[in-house]
Design a protein around this ligand. Sequence first.
Ligand code: PGA
Length: 254
Amino acid sequence: MKEIIVAGNWKMNKTYLEAKEFIARLNKKELFKTKVVLAVPSLYLDRLVENNEQPTVYIAAQNCNENKSGAFTGEVSSHMLASIGVQYSIIGHSERRTLYGETNETIAKKILQCLHSNVKPILCVGETLEEREKEETYSVIKNQLESSLAHVDISTIEKIIIAYEPVWAIGTGKTATNDQAQEVHKFIFNWLMTTYSPQIAEKIPILYGGSCNLENAKDLFSQKNIWGGLIGGASLDLEVFSKIINLAEDLNRN
Ligand code: PGA
């Protein structure tokens, strides 16, 4: 049975005090089953994790380096994240791929580092508009999955969360329709099933991301193979994000 996860990706937004207040207010919620994960700016990770004593919210990183340690000025490793208690990190977000040149190979190394350090990676995959129009969606997704997860041992694969984020839907207000999203989620589920096993596929959450908001979250999260959302813009507003969590709670209860 899927248990819906609501994940937020704040990107480069919010001051420390805004972040602290937001999370303190969310932590007042008593949740039945819904897991809430918030990927915050790396600068705040340490203090937010330290203040997060009885958490409703899991604090996540938005990225980490593909090496364990060394001469990589300005970078943070998954090993360092683990050392301050961070349990999740987004890996391979499309903004990292397009703006910072991350390749599937770099992403594969990041995934391995995360798993070695016991940080759960939230692996983002998704096609561009051009790729969708050329009917390359499935081949792009398959290639991203195959190369990013190539070296992952079957014993650790269940620690991964996958986020399907069509690039054309991120920050554009153009959400994938329920059918478009479900089709790709089913494709990913089937890929997991044939690559690993049906039992493993049942356990790996596949989140939808890309202009997910209060209006469309309920229908998207109700699709068979959609386990929740990775939410950018709509995670910045406490009231909106809380309401999306409430929707997920209602679905998790039924
Ligand atoms: P969006 O971003 O919800 O603002 O489209 C999603 C994401 O980038 O993860």
